[in-house]
Write a protein that binds this ligand. Structure first.
Ligand code: GDP
Length: 418
């Protein structure tokens, strides 16, 4: 006998264990209630307190969001040369810098800050980030309106300190974060799944690529190859690192070098590698290898790469869209192999709830041994943690203060949550 008053498993999965509000118009954002069809359910459950806090935040955003009465009144106050302070509603404004990985992580950080301090998050997506994401909060908008009074001053704030001066003044109560996230390394995982739904345009591209190339396979392996210094990173050395990592950890089978034939047609089990990279060489090498000879296990290995943009473009909406497509596709994989120190990979691993194998870059043109390490947490690495402890008024190592903040495997000076 079933209890009809209880939500069904599909309803729970569809709303990502209550992270998503059920009150959205489905057609305006097809991905929101369909992502569960493409991703395994998360093994990490959001806390009831987080769900409560998100619903409260949504109410606040609805009350204070663009073009509401409170917003309009506050705009007038901000425009007035005397006050320059808001009343009833406070705001945090996000401005984009660097690539999509950095931007997505910093938007989530700004949102967490808003959540903790009851500030409404408004994002300046500009022309190069249009049509990438759905609105994350029901019946309102998170887009910073063009007429926001101090908007024109924002881009002249160059230094990090200028931009974040207000934030450092009042730190939020640090007890609160533990209550919201009893499992510390799930902060970005939950907030990322809550905030970042691909727009209908991006969702169409993602689902098409997925259906055409990734759907019919036993295992999807995401391989993110980020090369920061091309001159000191020869393709052959990186290729050898990747193969050494994949073969040693049995992520992929070897090819049968004794055989001259390709795999005979038939019902073989298969694995699919999704490569993301700015360059096409790795894809060419890997697909040639698996096409030329059968594997020793008889498995069929297919290789795909959605794009190769050759270099990181600036202020280019289509380029950013490709990056977002690929970050999301990586997050749909079963296993991830990522490149050290890349926020592009960090976002994919956190959205997917995956602990990746991290490729350690070539050392002095040689393949390091081991060539990859298994990460112990899916949290992004914070590359530039502060080194000064305000209370103690001296320099400190933030990777040793508390048990749940440790140095990152891919960047020893960075720290992350465990
Ligand atoms: P990070 O620099 O690796 O930390 O990651 P970011 O995402 O912040 O910046 C890298 C940017 O370069 C991306 O956002 C893309 O614009 C571009 N890029 C780097 N790798 C790839 C890739 O594999 N695919 C695509 N489409 N773009 C990439």
């Amino acid at each position: 006998k079933t209890d009809s008053s209880q939500p069904t498993k599909v309803a729970i999965d569809k709303l990502l264990d209550g992270l998503l509000s059920p009150g959205f118009d489905d057609r305006s954002c097809l991905s929101r209630y369909r992502s569960f069809l493409y991703r395994k359910a998360s093994q990490y459950k959001p806390s009831p307190y987080l769900l409560l806090k998100l619903r409260k935040y949504e109410d606040l955003h609805r009350r204070c969001g663009p073009h509401t009465r409170s917003y309009n009144e506050n705009i007038k106050r901000l425009q007035s040369s005397h006050t320059r302070r808001t009343r009833g509603c406070n705001y945090i404004v996000w401005l984009g810098a660097n690539g999509m990985g950095n931007r997505i992580i910093s938007m989530a950080s700004a949102f967490l800050y808003g959540l903790l301090t009851n500030r409404v998050l408004l994002v300046d997506h500009g022309a190069d980030m249009s049509h990438l994401f759905c609105e994350p909060f029901p019946n309102t908008s998170w887009i910073l309106p063009m007429d926001f009074p101090v908007r024109k001053h924002f881009h002249s704030l160059n230094r990090r300190q200028d931009r974040f001066s207000d934030i450092s003044e009042k730190s939020p109560p640090s007890q609160e974060v533990s209550k919201l996230f009893p499992e510390k390394d799930t902060i970005f995982h939950h907030l990322g799944r809550y905030l970042f739904q691909p727009s209908n345009l991006v969702w169409g591209r993602i689902t098409k690529f997925y259906q055409d190339n990734l759907a019919k396979t036993e295992q999807r392996i995401g391989l993110q190859i980020r090369v920061f210094h091309r001159e000191s990173s020869p393709v052959e050395v990186i290729m050898d690192s990747i193969l050494s990592c994949m073969l040693k950890n049995k992520l992929l089978p070897e090819v049968d070098t004794q055989s001259s034939a390709r795999s005979p047609p038939g019902n073989h089990s298969s694995k699919t590698i999704l490569i993301t990279s700015l360059f096409s060489e790795y894809y060419k090498n890997m697909s040639a290898m698996y096409q030329s000879k059968p594997t020793v296990t008889g498995e069929v290995i297919r290789v795909y790469q959605p794009s190769h943009e050759e270099y990181q473009h600036k202020s280019d909406n289509k380029h950013n869209m490709k990056a977002w497509d690929e970050i999301y596709l990586l997050s749909l994989c079963d296993v991830l192999i990522t490149s050290a120190e890349s926020t592009f990979g960090y976002v994919a691993q956190a959205l997917g709830g995956l602990k990746p194998w991290i490729l350690i870059g070539p050392h002095h043109n040689k393949v390091p041994d081991p060539s990859c390490l298994r990460d112990k947490s899916m949290d992004p690495c914070f590359h530039f943690p502060p080194s000064y402890e305000c209370k103690a008024k001296n320099k400190t190592d933030f990777g040793t203060l508390v048990p749940y903040v440790r140095h990152c495997a891919d960047r020893h000076t960075g720290v992350k949550l465990f």
